[in-house]
Structures are given as C-alpha cells and as structure tokens.
Design a protein around this ligand. Structure first.
Ligand SMILES: *Cc1c(COP(=O)(O)O)cnc(C)c1O
Length: 361
C-alpha cells in the first residue's frame, strides 16, 4: 500500500519524481551539472529575482536545518548581533544555533498562538542598536501560522538590517517576491512545497550580503560563502552532492511549472485546507489557532476532550489505513497536526477525513 503523508516533510511525491532517481549519476556528469544550474536559476525565478538583479542561489547538502544553520553561522559575523523573532519550535531552533555557534544574539518571544508583529520588531531594533541581522520564520510549522514577513522586512529595511527568513514550509506553496519582501536570505529545502525528496536545502541570497560572509563561516561543511564559491567556480559541490535528490528535484520543479506555477499550487493547497477544515469541524475537532493567522500549509487540531482519545492509537490506526499524520509540538496544548502539502489532492483529504471518522467510531 502506498501511504499518503500528511506531514510537513518528507512528504508524498509523484511517481515521476521518484523515477528521476533511477539512473546512477556521477557528480561531474554533464547532465548533473546542468540540473544544478537549472535548479539554481529556477529557484531564483520562483522568488521573483535573478542573478542579473543581484541574487544568488546556494544549494547545501543536508536537511532544511543544515541550510538555516549554514546561513546563520556564516553571515552573522563575530562583531555582529542577530535578533531572533520566535513564536514556535523553529524559531527556538535558531536560538539554539546562535548559542552553539557562539553568535551574539537577542531574542524576542511571542506566544505560540500569536504572530510576530512589525511593531514589536521595531521596538526591539530601537532598544538594541547593536543588532545587525534579524531572523524570522515565515510559516511556523509548529502551529501552522504565517508571520507577516513582508511587514517585518519593511522594518528591517528601514533600520538597515539584514533579514534572514526561514521559509522552509512555505516557499513554493505561497507566492513570494523576495525583493519586495526585503529578504536578504531565504532558506527552504528540497522536500517541502516544491515536492522533491529529502537531501538538500537552498538559500536564496542577496549577493552584496552574501559577499560579506567571506571568511567568517563557523563550520567547514556549512560555510555558505565557500559553498557558493565552489558552485560558481566549476559548478560543483565541495563535497559529495545528493546527486539523485537533485535529479528528482529538477523533475519536481518541472512538475510545479506544469501544474501552473506557485499560484496554482497555492490554490490546490488552499482547496485541500478548506476540505480538511470542513471535514474535521464536522467531526467535532477544534483548531488551535484563530483563522486570521492560520496559514494553508499545516493545521494543528486540539485533542478532543469529550471522548476518550489516545494519540498513539489514533495515529497507528490511521497509519494502518495508509494515512500518515503528524504529532503536535506545542509547548502548552495537546494537539496533532495535519499537513496538506505534497502530492495530496482534494480526494486524498476526503479519504483522510473518512478514515478519521472511522477510527473515531
Ligand atoms: C521543516 C522545517 C525546517 C527544517 O527541518 P528539517 O527537519 O531540518 O528539514 C525548518 N523550519 C521550518 C519552519 C520547517 O517547517
């Protein structure tokens, strides 16, 4: 049985994406180098920018976290200070990175059911003139909320701060123009909304900001500048590349285009979300977030309180029926999560809701 993943990565991929991995590929193979080039240019295009406009795409081996750590650990220098805007586990992860990498940092925390506000960001920047960089999560996968990155970006721009955005679970599933959003570094990975398989992350960078990272990386393998330099000089990775994941990703980008681009994919995810909301509400499930701040990527549902409910049982029984959901990660409430990204279509959501009903009964 082919299970469907209602998780925010890894997620369900198409057969043709998986088939793109069937041929062994050397890291110097012409076809591979061409795929890397296509992907780097194509990702910039998805973000509304290009090399000519002063942006660069750096691919980094590893999962999404490796990409975020590569950016944070390379671009924030010894004498710089990073402001981290936190309202969930992924923001906390950047705080952890700052500590381990011994980066000067200040943290602005919000409740997990509140968005980061541009007003509070502005106040923080006024109180901390030493801040040089600001980091924020776009789609906080912990809960499913969307932070207003464009408004926060405008504050960063007005205060002349470099802006780093973890758009891991939203890029490719939400239309974004990184120039308009004043984003200097956007990070996402191969197995989120572009619907590739795991293996690498990528950073879309404003070149003038990326150039400042020269010689200040805190790790050999995660040095963003050196990785860029390697890719630029001979088109190759410094260390063994995720060859087949790259080939699958290029196919995934083709399929994104065939679907109608980011706009069409966003519409599919929103349709999935609407069917999920209605179906789960009809079964009596309440959501953790208020709808105004809820994004269309993943939803947190509170454990029901009016019936006996054991998440492990619930999870296992859905899993036996071919539907894989995701546990919660909230610090103050019991919830589980259902993502509607990946190769998931309205019929699949209907199938999931029917399976949830059956399991509850
Ligand atoms: C998935 C995700 C990451 C990266 O997680 P990995 O497990 O390292 O791929 C980072 N930030 C957000 C918001 C995510 O959704």
């Amino acid at each position: 049985m082919q299970k469907l993943l209602f998780t925010p990565g890894p997620l369900s991929t198409s057969k043709t994406v998986k088939e793109a991995m069937l041929e062994d590929m050397g890291s110097r193979d012409h076809a591979f180098l061409l795929a890397v080039k296509d992907i780097r240019n194509g990702l910039l295009k998805l973000a509304g920018v290009s090399k000519e406009e002063g942006y660069e795409c750096v691919i980094m081996q590893g999962s999404g976290t490796f990409g975020v750590e590569s950016v944070v650990g390379s671009v924030v220098g010894t004498n710089d200070t990073l402001a981290i805007l936190v309202n969930g586990a992924y923001g906390e992860r950047i705080v952890k990175m700052a500590k381990i990498n011994r980066i000067n940092h200040v943290v602005l925390r919000f409740e997990e059911d509140e968005i980061v506000t541009p007003e509070a960001t502005e106040k923080l920047l006024n109180e901390h003139p030493e801040v040089t960089h600001v980091a924020c999560i776009h789609s906080e996968t912990t809960t499913g909320l969307f932070n207003p990155v464009e408004a926060i970006g405008a504050v960063c721009k007005a205060h002349n701060k470099s802006f780093i955005v973890d758009a891991m679970s939203s890029f490719g599933g939400v239309e974004m123009d990184i120039k308009q959003m004043h984003i200097d570094f956007l990070v996402s990975s191969s197995n989120k909304c572009i619907e590739g398989i795991p293996g690498f992350s990528f950073a879309l960078c404003k070149r003038t900001e990326l150039e400042k990272a020269k010689g200040q990386g805190r790790s050999l393998s995660l040095d963003l500048y050196d990785q860029w330099n390697g890719l630029e000089s001979n088109g190759q990775f410094r260390f063994t590349p995720p060859t087949l994941s790259i080939m699958a990703f290029r196919q995934a980008m083709k399929e994104l285009e065939e679907e109608g681009g980011v706009k069409a994919r966003e519409e599919r995810y929103k349709t999935n979300k609407k069917i999920l909301d209605e179906g789960m509400a009809a079964l009596g499930f309440k959501q953790y977030l208020r709808p105004q701040i809820q994004g269309h990527i993943i939803t947190s549902f509170l454990y029901p309180t009016d019936i006996p409910f054991n998440f492990e049982d619930f999870y296992n029984q859905l899993n036996d029926r071919g539907y894989v959901i995701y546990p919660g990660k909230l610090s103050k409430a019991d919830a589980f999560r259902i993502g509607n990204i990946g190769q998931i279509f309205p019929e699949d959501i209907k199938g999931l809701v029917a399976a949830v009903k059956e399991v509850l009964q």
